[in-house]
Design a protein around this ligand. Sequence first.
Ligand SMILES: Nc1nc2c(ncn2[C@@H]2O[C@H](COP(=O)(O)OP(=O)(O)O)[C@@H](O)[C@H]2O)c(=O)[nH]1
Ligand SMILES: Nc1ncnc2c1ncn2[C@@H]1O[C@H](COP(=O)(O)OP(=O)(O)O)[C@@H](O)[C@H]1O
Length: 217
Amino acid sequence: MTAQGFDGVERRGLMFVLSSPSGAGKTTLSRMLLEREPGLKMSVSATTRPMRPGEVDGRDYFFVDKKKFESMVEQGELLEWATVFDNLYGTPRAPVEAALAVGQDVLFDIDWQGTQQLHQKASADVVRVFILPPSAADLEKRLHTRAQDSEEVIRGRMNRASHELSHWAEYDYIVVNQNVDDAFAEVQSILKAERLKRERRTGLTEFVRGLQRQLEK
Ligand SMILES: Nc1nc2c(ncn2[C@@H]2O[C@H](COP(=O)(O)OP(=O)(O)O)[C@@H](O)[C@H]2O)c(=O)[nH]1
Ligand SMILES: Nc1ncnc2c1ncn2[C@@H]1O[C@H](COP(=O)(O)OP(=O)(O)O)[C@@H](O)[C@H]1O
């Protein structure tokens, strides 16, 4: 599982997780990251929730029925899965393993339950980022401006937000998404710094030996 870093030193791929209460900005920040970070691939989850207007099957989610989801669980096809808002959500295992194997980093938009499961399986390779809204009023406003859910669904999401927030301390980094460009810059800095971590840079020994050989000539 190695990737060529921008500086030519090989490193292991990492799993970059964004979690937040619904409406805090994970999807927005994920899209910005994918546009600007070529070595990053989105993990597309499977879900039993209905498709929203504008969503595309296979791009935003794999929309499946409960029977199909349960068979994926039974066949061991999911790396992690959880129930969120009465629907099932899970990460297909094969695409993640394939991406990491060719040295790509993988971005996950999953909840705290899935993050815990990923971390239990591969703690050294998982980077956990929690996105906070600046206030409850902003969160509610964003859920309304997204205009993709009914009043009832929005109420449900607001009711769950406090519980989801309670998991903030299980994350490595916390970003407050007030101004989206500032929040993006912070998330991007985290990714850049994590890519430079010594433990992930499997090619460093060889690189430094090469430098030493040049110096000792
Ligand atoms: N555990 C887990 N959670 C997921 C997965 N995919 C999405 N989620 C989470 O499910 C929640 C609901 O997602 P969604 O219905 O798209 O609404 P959103 O909150 O507006 O993004 C979010 O907290 C997602 O992070 C997954 O594969 N596994
Ligand atoms: N910093 C921000 N300021 C104002 N609106 C934002 C900001 N970040 C995201 N939004 C908007 O809030 C809504 C919810 O964001 P989204 O990324 O879908 O959240 P999540 O994926 O966490 O549910 C979207 O309409 C998005 O354009």
